[in-house]
Design a protein around this ligand. Structure first.
Ligand code: FES
Length: 214
């Protein structure tokens, strides 16, 4: 009789996939909430709290609980902020497209998108951003589960499969008078594993969503 051996890494991957493939809670929202980005301390996130090309994984939940999204301050290979323009992002799975929101903040370099892979639902750390100076996957979000890559400089578009859809983008607002950020809606494909971005999970009941770094 054959013996099935599953490594610890594979178990972790399967857990990540199952967690997002099988929604376990109902509820949700009827419209996208506006949530201020806050630090674990409760104070608002300011631009100086964000590192250009941060090698760490920086995420927050939106629009519901347990729905992680990347928060990236994008730069060039010298770690200077890069202004991210809105672009038309193809969706290979449907042949359609959508308009990405572009970057916000004083340099137009802060962007956000779902941190749930559109292939089979892997999440960080399997799915993560690699800085432009990285020797591998430079300037891309790469998923080590099956090799998909996305380009955060062009609306989180697909640069290599097997994924057939870009990462759903978060539209951020920026208040220059207070140097603060908020998540206001999502555009693009639906979050992986959900029939709607607004259902399949519990609402965030506070006015802010906490940004965490791991
Ligand atoms: S889950 Fe990311 S490439 Fe398969």
């Amino acid at each position: 009789m054959g013996v099935l051996v599953i490594g610890a890494g594979m178990i972790g991957t399967l857990r990540s996939v199952v967690q997002y493939v099988v929604p376990t809670v109902s509820g949700g929202e009827t419209s996208f909430p506006v949530l201020t980005l806050v630090l674990p301390s409760g104070s608002s996130v300011h631009t100086s709290d964000l590192t250009v090309n941060d090698p760490a994984v920086v995420t927050f939940n939106y629009p519901l609980q347990n729905e992680p999204n990347f928060l990236l301050r994008l730069g060039d290979s010298s770690n200077n902020d890069v202004k991210i323009s809105p672009v038309t992002v193809p969706i290979p799975a449907t042949g359609g497209s959508f308009q990405s929101p572009g970057g916000v903040g004083p340099y137009g370099s802060v962007v956000s998108a779902s941190a749930i892979c559109q292939h089979l639902g892997c999440v960080p750390p399997e799915l993560r951003f690699y800085s432009p100076t990285s020797s591998t996957f430079s300037g891309k979000i790469h998923c080590s589960c099956h090799g998909s890559s996305y380009d955060p400089y062009t609306g989180f578009s697909v640069t290599s499969g097997p994924t057939k859809a870009p990462l759903p983008s978060i539209t951020l607002s920026y208040d220059s008078s207070t140097d603060t950020y908020a998540a206001t809606m999502m555009v693009g494909p639906t979050i992986y594993g959900h029939s709607s971005d607004l259902t399949g999970g519990n609402s965030i009941t506070t006015s802010g969503t906490v940004v965490t770094t791991t």
